[in-house]
Ligand binder design. Structure first.
Ligand SMILES: [Zn+2]
Length: 329
């Protein structure tokens, strides 16, 4: 994919961890099936390496968005701001601060950019970073969130605004965004990263599952402890799943939102949502408020084999007047 072959990655993990090649390849296979068509074999191997704490050499040559893989560190990228989602303040038990979300693009694709450093965020607040600003970024890292890549910047990252002698083909970025847009009736069985605009017409009772606080994956209960395959015994957190019917005028379709996306749609935190289970009438009130809400969402199509129908998974909420995700890295 970019200089490091699949076999080389397996070899390197094997050298660093003493896990047998067969076992590593098994992990890669599992990862691939979990992420379906979202990554290549090499990509899955990179993620496995990252989860095992093995550093794979960085690619040489110019890096573009299509080559980014979850787990990559020290990422340098030239990109253009396609959309600003604004700056939010957050407060958790551990820390408080600000987070900024934006969408950036280059000739090869678009990716969500997440800023955590107040000095960098100030560039947005001062309107030095706007839509169409070209950014030369050094030292970012790629994370996976809901099977979706994100470009994160921390306090060690550097941003150069509108660097000299650097241009980017905006036209193609915009074309690509246009290309992503679809109507529900035209969705294919394997569509990923497609944006759909529509209305929530029905909403079901939120459900919850126990997840790993590190990687957000479902944990198993074993011997009274919650176990994550990647992180061992963890203090589980409850993650909401929200099912709703989404309708864009051409068709209606059953849609599922997890975690932050569920929180954004219902405009409540997971914790608040969980507590609301004891107050059905309040929950009903909230559901009624959400029905009729129009949102623009990025989705992945899932084929429900049991019912022989297509369903949607929300990957990201693109436009909605509710709170942007406040995930702490
Ligand atoms: Zn985990």
């Amino acid at each position: 994919m970019f200089g490091v072959s699949y076999q080389d990655i397996i070899k390197r993990i094997n050298q660093e961890t003493n896990i047998s090649s067969e076992e590593i390849e098994l992990k890669v296979k599992e990862k691939l099936s979990k992420m379906s068509d979202l990554v290549t074999k090499e990509g899955a191997a990179h993620i496995v390496a990252h989860e095992l704490g093995v550093k794979i050499f960085q690619p040489v040559g110019k890096l573009t968005i299509d080559k980014l893989i979850a787990g990559m560190n020290s990422v340098n990228l030239l990109c253009k701001v396609v959309k600003l989602f604004g700056v939010r303040e957050f407060k958790t038990e551990k820390r408080q601060g600000k987070v900024a979300n934006l969408l950036v693009g280059d000739e090869t694709g678009i990716i969500k950019l997440v800023m955590w450093d107040t000095n960098q965020i100030k560039l947005i607040e001062d309107s030095q970073i706007k839509e169409n600003t070209i950014l030369k970024i050094k030292n970012g890292y790629i994370k996976e969130n809901n099977g979706f890549k994100e470009f994160h910047l921390g306090n060690r990252s550097q941003i150069t605004i509108n660097p000299e002698n650097e241009t980017l083909n905006v036209k193609e970025v915009q074309l690509q965004q246009e290309f992503f847009k679809k109507q529900i009736k035209d969705l294919g069985d394997n569509d990923v990263n497609v944006s759909v605009f529509g209305t929530i017409t029905q909403i079901f009772e939120p459900r919850f599952y126990e997840a790993c606080p590190e990687c957000n994956k479902k944990v198993r209960l074993y011997d009274g402890k919650f176990i994550c395959d990647a992180h061992g015994s963890v203090q589980e957190k409850l993650v909401p799943i929200l099912n709703f019917i989404f309708d864009d005028g051409t068709e209606s379709i059953r849609t599922t939102a997890f975690r932050n996306q569920a929180e954004q749609i219902i405009e409540k935190s997971s914790k608040e949502l969980y507590e609301l289970r004891q107050f059905p009438e309040k929950l009903e009130e909230i559901k009624n408020k959400i029905i009729g809400k129009q949102i623009n969402i990025l989705v992945k199509v899932n084929k429900n084999e049991m019912f022989g129908r297509k369903e949607l998974n929300v990957q990201r909420i693109l436009d909605s007047n509710v709170i942007e995700e406040m995930q702490i890295s």
